[in-house]
Design a protein around this ligand. Structure first.
Ligand code: URA
Length: 225
């Protein structure tokens, strides 16, 4: 086997192992499906996106313009979880690109982070009509996608933006007030809860507390990195 063919095969097998895990074995069907679906060379997260982005498991699939998978550094140590896409996000297919997203960017700057450093996803991948709260059955249908994303990104710290994200990740009914100001655990990953940026936009006096929550998250990160 020439060196060139060996390198290509080796690269392919590494990619395959990343996708299917350490205890992998080659099944012809998997390889053929990956080739047919144009998945060769895509990151595991991008392959996952391709496989779920046509989801029609709940009625939001019919009203959405775009499936908002999530975006950012696929190896991020810090992962933000919001509630659900709004109008701008639905239009662009990206999370937190509207007014809330601009505020989130400013908050990130205050802790010397950039969007490219973190991964951002939501509890729901599709916009609820008129930005209503997610329904329990929508959350239970969609949240396995987020669980899988967290498993794939393997962040060192999670930050829940707002009550809906926090309660659903922690399976808790506690108020946001009681969930803030301490570190929780999601699958052994420290999880910090803060305000949703949309709330801060309506109550700018909460901005400093929101930034302090992010500082608490960074302090947790320093402990576990
Ligand atoms: N609000 C959210 O919770 N998520 C977004 O992506 C945008 C606004």
């Amino acid at each position: 086997m020439s060196r060139e063919v060996f390198d290509k095969l080796n690269g392919f097998l590494n990619w395959y192992q990343d996708l299917y895990g350490k205890e992998w074995f080659v099944r012809n069907g998997d390889i053929l499906a990956a080739i047919r679906n144009g998945e060769i060379g895509l990151s595991p997260l991008q392959v996952f996106k391709g496989r779920i982005q046509d989801c029609q498991k709940c009625s939001l699939g019919k009203t959405r313009k775009n499936f908002v998978f999530g975006h950012g550094n696929e190896n991020a140590d810090i992962m933000f979880i919001g509630e659900a896409p709004g109008h701008e996000e639905d239009m662009k297919g990206l999370p937190f690109v509207g007014k809330s997203g601009q505020l989130l960017n400013q908050m990130l700057e205050k802790i010397t982070l950039k969007r490219e450093d973190v991964f951002i996803a939501n509890i729901l991948k599709c916009r609820p009509p008129n930005n209503r709260d997610p329904l329990p059955e929508e959350v239970s249908t969609c949240i396995p996608y987020l669980h899988k994303q967290i498993e794939m990104v393997q962040p060192k710290v999670l930050i829940a933006l707002g009550r809906v994200a926090a309660q659903n990740l922690l399976k808790s009914q506690e108020s946001l007030t009681r969930l803030r100001n301490r570190s929780w655990q999601y699958q052994n990953i420290p999880l910090i809860v803060t305000f949703h940026p949309a709330y801060i936009l309506r109550n700018m006096s909460a901005l400093d507390d929101g930034v302090n929550d992010l500082k608490l998250a960074i302090a947790q990160y320093e402990k576990v990195r």
